[in-house]
Design a protein around this ligand. Structure first.
Ligand code: ATP
Ligand code: MG
Length: 255
């Protein structure tokens, strides 16, 4: 039975999509059947795999409209063990309609993933930078969640709201929800203060911080431009190695 993990934070640009895409590709490279579901109407997952959402292909929006079952929205990738479901919302009207449908049935994704999850080892859900309806529905459908964090005070201050949202989902809809881990992303290895902040963050968040740290690296910044996960370009780059290490850490802790 596959594990469903949401990548969530209300802060924009912290590396949610980069993590969903590169962690997903790394899990697949480690022989795990993996599905990445783009639940953000900004369609970052589709873009990162070079999918043109303006074309007539189907995606998550058609599932929410009731036109197709969720499994029919899946797309193959270059990797045999990696599938994606892009969010193919094309306008602000469609985005509003998506939000209405999701809030009308917060369990819709959860019930459909139930029928699909036996085919996968991991299903990663990329959330938008809000803690509204879509992030709530993602947590309702998830076993656990990852919060990407940058090592700045502002990011750390936003954590309380993510935790509060997860607690609300846990008590109202999904009592089995757990935290998978806080993930330090875009860490600048040259920054002097980093080690001090890092130690403090680990202390404050106890053991919930992943041992793997994702460095700031140009190979990861290029993903949305080259439209491929970094591992498709080379397994030895700093970016590839960091996400492969994270994938191993997650596999080991779930054995
Ligand atoms: P949003 O909230 O807007 O959906 P996000 O949390 O999904 O944003 P990303 O889109 O993954 O964040 O990352 C924001 C930007 O930072 C992107 O341009 C991405 O390429 C870049 N980026 C992400 N991780 C790294 C990294 N480790 N090193 C360098 N650049 C990175
Ligand atoms: Mg994103």
């Amino acid at each position: 039975m596959g594990k469903v993990i949401s990548i969530i934070s209300q802060k924009g640009g912290v590396g949610k999509t980069t993590t969903a895409v590169n962690l997903g590709a790394s899990l697949a490279a480690l022989k795990q059947n993996t599905l990445i579901l783009g639940h953000d109407p900004q369609c970052g997952v589709g873009v990162s795999f070079g999918i043109d959402i303006k074309s007539n292909g189907t995606g998550l929006y058609n599932f929410y409209l009731g036109e197709i079952p969720l499994f029919a929205a899946r797309k193959n990738t270059q990797m045999e063990k990696l599938h994606i479901i892009p969010c193919n919302v094309k306008s602000s009207e469609e985005e509003l309609s998506l939000l209405r449908i999701v809030s009308g049935d917060i369990f819709k994704l959860r019930s459909s993933l139930r029928q699909l999850r036996h085919r996968y080892d991991y299903i990663l859900i990329d959330c938008p930078p809000t803690l509204g309806t879509i992030s709530t529905a993602s947590l309702v459908a998830s076993d656990s969640f990852i919060v990407p964090l940058q090592l700045d005070v502002f990011s750390l201050n936003t954590l309380g709201r993510v935790i509060k949202t997860a607690k609300r989902v846990k008590s109202n809809y999904n009592s089995a929800l757990k935290i998978e881990g806080f993930l330090l992303t875009m860490v600048d290895p040259k920054l002097k203060l980093t080690k001090k902040i890092l130690d403090e963050t680990r202390k404050n968040l106890r053991n919930r911080v992943f041992k793997t740290i994702i460095p700031r690296h140009p190979s990861l910044a290029e993903v949305s431009q080259v439209r491929k996960p970094v591992i498709f370009i080379g397994v030895m780059s700093t970016g590839s190695r960091a996400y492969l290490q994270l994938a191993k850490e997650i596999i080991n802790s779930n054995q």
